[in-house]
Design a protein around this ligand. Structure first.
Ligand SMILES: *[C@@H]1O[C@H](CO)[C@@H](O)[C@H](O)[C@H]1NC(C)=O
Ligand SMILES: *[C@@H]1O[C@H](CO)[C@@H](O)[C@H](O)[C@H]1NC(C)=O
Length: 379
């Protein structure tokens, strides 16, 4: 298991020299020619275990310099009073994460199309990446087209497009006779739109467990039959296998790189991170201002993540798991809580019911996901 998870990225790096040509720069900017790519095996493997360390050179951009940030992620604009949560850097075990350089990103990705596909956590990461790149090149001409399901920001001088494609289940969901049918074996309506991308970053998870008024479908279709509900983990696995099969049969592994953002954790249960939980004033992430110390989160390994790990392990097209679950679990302080612009004043007055402990503030944690994405792409 450990060996496999370490080998996968290494196989991937070896087979994807196309983005950078035959030469790669090392951390000091020196070009290395003709050296075997597999020397990165250990370092890549160690990216996702580590600790959060205080670093006053962060954040990488200011919210006021990035007008694109959606209200629901724009914590400082909506009154978040503390700022320590912005001053942490992810320190992997045994190596330093390369510093994100937007100009390097632009020039290496010239003429390419990077597409995030999934739910609002993918949108969180998409907006973060655009803010990070824009901060390095503030005068750059850009063009935004917003739509549903596809929104694209184009960096015109570099011909680079960075998109978000909304598909919370990845598989298709169709309206039939006024009812929303989630089709666990169907993905072509969405998939056709993904073919233009050179780099795809997928995610899914949260919508598979939503119930009641938050549930996104009326019926599930699988194996030619319709169901009001089925076991949610079984549904996730069927949907993911449909997705994996689409990738394996439609993605040219010599031209397109595929990433999967692992499950992004929520913080609605303080007993996971505090022994004082029973005496605490609030019932979620509200009021949390510092990350957990140490390298592991005391909560349980999410069942959904086990399913994701297994499906990805069995794929033919090497899919790089952006394994951000654990490092994000340590960031109970990173959520919008009541400082989401989507909340009404009445909701803000009631943190127990309304705090958003699922998305992440920008600037904030998704910037680290993108530093890892950057490291996986180029280092
Ligand atoms: C890469 O992994 C292989 C096999 O595990 C090992 O023999 C080799 O020493 C590693 N290379 C580096 C540079 O760590
Ligand atoms: C993901 O990273 C965690 C540490 O953060 C590690 O325990 C786990 O094995 C990794 N999972 C995979 C599939 O690589």
């Amino acid at each position: 298991m450990t060996l496999l998870s370490c080998l996968l990225p290494f196989v991937l790096l070896a087979s994807f020299q196309f983005l950078t040509g035959s030469s790669l720069k090392n951390h000091h900017g020196h070009v290395q020619r003709g050296k075997p790519m597999f020397q990165t095996n250990q370092t890549t493997c160690a990216l996702f275990s580590g600790t959060w360390v205080r670093d006053d050179t962060y954040p990488l951009y200011k919210y006021s310099d990035c007008p694109l940030i959606d209200a629901e992620f724009n914590c400082q604009m909506y009154g978040r009073p503390d700022s320590d949560y912005l001053k942490y850097r992810w320190q992997p075990l045994g190596r330093v994460l390369p510093r994100f350089n937007g100009l390097v990103f632009l020039s290496k990705m010239r003429g390419k199309h990077v597409m995030f596909v999934g739910d609002s956590l993918g949108r969180n990461q998409w907006e973060s990446l655009i803010c990070m790149v824009s901060a390095s090149a503030p005068k750059m001409k850009t063009q935004m087209s917003r739509g549903d399901p596809l929104s694209t920001l184009k960096f015109i001088d570099y011909g680079l497009s960075v998109s978000f494609y909304r598909a919370p289940y990845l598989v298709d969901i169709d309206m039939v006779g006024g009812r929303r049918i989630l089709k666990l074996e169907d993905i072509h309506a969405h998939g056709n739109a993904w073919r233009i991308a050179d780099v795809l970053v997928f995610n899914t998870g949260h919508w598979w467990s939503h119930k009641g008024s938050l549930q996104g479908w009326d019926l599930i279709e699988t194996g030619g039959k319709y169901y009001k509900d089925i076991d949610r983990l079984v549904a996730l696995e069927k949907g993911l296998r449909t997705w994996a099969n689409w990738v394996d049969t439609n993605v040219d592994r010599t031209k397109t790189r595929v990433f999967f953002q692992s499950i992004s954790p929520t913080h609605y249960d303080p007993s996971e991170w505090s022994t004082r939980a029973t005496t605490m004033a609030t019932k979620n992430c509200y009021g949390e201002t510092t990350p957990m110390t140490g390298t592991t989160y005391p909560g349980t390994y999410p069942d959904q993540k086990r399913v994701v790990d297994e499906v990805i392990r069995e794929m033919y097209v090497p899919t790089y798991l952006l394994n951000i679950t654990m490092l994000s679990e340590l960031r109970k302080d990173g959520h919008p809580s009541i400082y989401s612009g989507d909340l009404s004043p009445a909701q803000r007055a009631n943190p127990d019911r309304s705090a958003d402990c699922s998305h992440w503030c920008l600037p904030g944690l998704p910037d680290t996901w993108n530093e890892l994405f950057y490291a996986a792409l180029f280092h």
